[in-house]
Ligand binder design. Structure first.
Ligand code: NOJ
Length: 747
């Protein structure tokens, strides 16, 4: 420790300009607030504006960025408060050394997109959400935070807590899916995971809840697109996960690229000042999304960067990521009397507070320790945890004739498809690129580890987006020689992610034709679908007996999939997003409002709210997922038939593992407020429990219903509860309700 502090002290003492640290002994401020205020009192306007400026390192921190100088020069002049894409103990130390040459020696903050793992890649967030296991989700973020913090990073731009009801939107892979309740719990778990025992600990990074707000509702599923939404939907569906992040102590927020009802989120003071910093009392700071302050010009909301900076600072955007609008315009805006210096002080105060909390004023290099970095990254226990989360994220969609799990006595298995040997695609979008250093376990390798005496045959068949059937013959031959075929199909790693919206979300290329050709061999076929979003694959869903949705599972993908295929782990994942039959059904989600003409079933279309050319039901519903065992729900009991406003009702039932193998079930509680104003969804997830049961074992499961679970926003955006009948629905999926009853809420 002493060794690490010495270089900083030498630099501090040898420079003639007075620094905050040198004065510390004389004034000895006690609270962080006092320390921040003392520092602000010494800062020039330019130095303050510098703190609001963030640049990308892009692995070339010395390249020129403006005509007036390069990034390092600007850091030395105190014109930069934070860098993103600067990672690794060495690189961050170098950049911090430049900051230590500035007049006040204010340390830089280093931010990075650590979305699903840093050195060890975890499943994509949407996949992890399918585990419905908050402990493993928190653990995954904890490990990512630990590794990142050991690599000089102070701040991750995660979690993304945007609710998403449109699988065309490529960024669904980055969130927790469509449900507000599940999404809020996951937001909290991820924030806690990243921030660990609190800022200041050497294994904690600042979390950043993003993208504030409503980014997930981009019209047409096109990234960066406008959002047009009722105030009530905003509060009821899209804001709660952000509120959960604030309550969990998220240090920072990122605003979003979209406009919300015509006002860009970056310039939206209703969102950032009234709601986030006002009503919710958020004390951290808000960073813009990349260039989003300047993009208000393209939106047609600001004439130029001068105006954009004016709008953004008033709206509560504290830090400017890469648009240079603040650094180039704020001083003039203050001189012109358009922006009060107090407003800038507030933003600076929020940012400096975090730097103090992180301990950077005590030792600006405390996260940039090469020895610790080496010891921390890629630990075997981190890889074991990644395998554990990965197997829990897998969703079994179909398993006719119990094709799965595979027997160890099979003579041969044909592994067919474009993703059998792929590594990069297992990692998925938003993974940190480690180049050659990286090693990911492909499906082929994972199967080799567990196949024992079974011979593994391999044929690619086709590439992901192929139009040629040239590889089919070889694949058919391999299938004919095997007892069972396992096909690895899906998306390439860059087909879901930022700016990866797809209008056609079918299995790409001719992959479904390859599946047909292999099915015609008459061999038992298992199809694995690896993707960053829900896809459409109707022929496969209708004809293939066993289908497993593996998403993109990260470093340990192959091992985790083999664990499930061989029954080492009994799959327990449940879909966090609805899978449509066709893009024409989108947006599609389980918690819709009833119409005046609800169709009773998929055939009931006569002047009913359905389609005349297709079923209205999804292919796979929210909450759906099978196991190698079956579960029985029985004996629903309510502690009372009536509930007073300040009382609670306990709902209990028996859950039994009716099969021959141990397994976990996610028992889900849905409620419906039968008559309400405004009308309420046909069902809403209000609680769940993931329960492990041995074969034949039964357990009593209880859920407590209180006023909070029965409340909603009315048209005046008041959080209200209305007396009347509430329907209780319990089951293993939103479309497999096994137990129902109702109770009355009374005044
Ligand atoms: C743009 C993305 O929207 C945001 O999520 C990300 O954190 C920033 N770029 C920084 O890479």
């Amino acid at each position: 420790m002493i060794k690490k502090i010495i270089p900083f002290l030498i630099v501090a003492i040898s420079l003639s300009a007075p620094s905050y640290s040198q004065k510390k002994a004389a004034t000895t401020p006690v609270s962080i607030d006092e320390k921040v205020n003392a520092l602000i009192a010494k800062m020039t306007l330019e130095e303050k504006i510098g703190q609001l400026n963030q640049y990308t390192g892009d692995r070339d921190a010395t390249g020129p960025i403006t005509t007036s100088g390069d990034k390092v020069d600007q850091i030395k002049q105190g014109k930069v408060g934070s860098m993103l894409n600067v990672r690794g103990a060495k690189f961050t130390r170098e950049m911090q050394q430049a900051a230590m040459q500035s007049r006040l020696k204010i340390p830089l903050l280093f931010g990075q997109d650590v979305i699903h793992g840093y050195r060890v890649t975890f499943p994509i967030p949407l996949a992890e959400a399918a585990s419905w296991d908050l402990d493993v989700i928190e653990k995954s973020a904890r490990i990512a935070g630990t590794e990142a913090a050991a690599s000089g990073i102070h701040w991750t731009f995660a979690p993304m807590v945007d609710i998403a009801r449109d699988p065309r939107w490529g960024r669904v892979m980055e969130g927790a899916g469509e449900d507000t309740y599940l999404g809020s719990l996951i937001a909290k778990a991820r924030v806690k995971g990243f921030q660990g025992k609190g800022l200041g600990n050497l294994d904690a990074v600042m979390a950043c809840a993003k993208h504030f707000a409503a980014y997930g509702a981009a019209i047409g599923g096109r990234d960066y697109n406008s959002v047009d939404m009722s105030e009530r939907t905003l509060w009821q569906v899209y804001l709660p996960p952000f509120k959960a992040a604030v309550d969990a102590g998220a240090a920072t927020f990122m605003n979003s690229f979209n406009d919300l009802n015509g006002i860009p989120a970056t310039g939206n003071s209703y969102l950032q000042r009234d709601i986030l910093k006002g009503k919710w009392g958020f004390k951290g700071f808000v960073v813009s999304d990349w260039g989003s302050i300047g993009e208000m010009i393209q939106h047609g909301y600001a004439k130029d960067n001068y105006e954009a900076a004016d709008v953004a600072i008033h709206a509560g955007s504290d830090m400017d990521m890469e648009s240079r609008s603040y650094i180039n315009n704020l001083a003039k805006l203050v001189k012109d009397g358009k922006v009060k210096e107090d407003l800038i002080d507030d933003a600076v105060r929020r940012i400096l507070y975090k730097k103090f909390e992180l301990g950077l004023f005590d030792d600006p290099y405390r996260f940039s320790d090469g020895q610790r970095e080496k010891k921390t990254l890629n630990k075997p226990e981190f890889l074991a945890a990644a395998r554990d989360v990965a197997k829990k994220s897998i969703v079994l969609l179909k398993n006719e004739n119990q094709i799965l799990p595979l027997s160890k006595d099979l003579k041969s298995i044909a592994l067919i498809g474009p993703l059998v040997k792929s590594e990069k695609d297992m990692q998925g979008f938003w993974s940190v690129d480690w180049g050659k250093e990286d090693h990911l376990v492909s499906l082929f390798e994972g199967m080799q580890q567990q196949a024992g005496k079974t011979q593994l045959l391999y044929a690619k068949g086709c590439d992901i987006s192929d139009t040629s059937k040239a590889g089919f013959a070889e694949a058919i031959k391999a299938a004919q020689q095997a007892d069972v075929v396992v096909m690895a199909m899906g998306e390439k790693y860059d087909m879901s992610g930022e700016a990866k919206s797809r209008a056609n979300i079918h299995l790409p290329g001719i992959q479904e034709e390859l599946i047909k050709a292999i099915q015609e061999t008459g061999k038992p076929v298992v199809v694995l679908l690896m993707a960053g979003r829900p896809m459409v694959f109707n022929w496969t869903a209708d004809h293939i007996p066993a289908i497993v949705y593996t998403w993109w599972l990260g470093s340990q993908a192959g091992n985790a999939i083999a664990d499930v295929l061989y029954g080492q782990y009994n799959p327990s994942g449940k879909l966090p997003m609805t899978f449509p039959r066709s893009e024409g059904q989108i947006p599609i989600y389980y918690n819709y409002l009833s119409t005046g003409r609800p169709a009773k079933d998929d055939q009931d279309t006569h002047y009913r709210s359905g389609y005349i050319d297709m079923q209205k039901s999804p292919r796979y519903a929210f909450g759906y997922g099978l196991s190698y065992t079956t579960f029985e729900y029985s004996g629903l009991k309510l502690s009372a038939a009536k509930m007073g406003l300040n009382e609670q009702i306990t709902v209990s039932f028996t859950l039994k593992n009716a099969g021959n193998v141990a397994g976990e079930e996610v028992a889900q509680l849905y409620l419906r407020d039968v008559v309400a104003r405004p009308v309420q969804p046909v069902k809403e997830l209000k609680d769940f429990q993931k329960v492990m049961l041995k074969p034949g074992e039964s357990k009593t499961i209880s859920f407590t219903i209180d006023k909070e679970k029965l409340s909603f926003y009315n048209e005046k955006i008041e959080w209200v509860t209305q007396p009347g009948e509430f329907r209780i629905m319990i089951g293993g999926s939103s479309d497999a309700i096994r137990l129902e009853d109702s109770f009355n809420l009374v005044d």
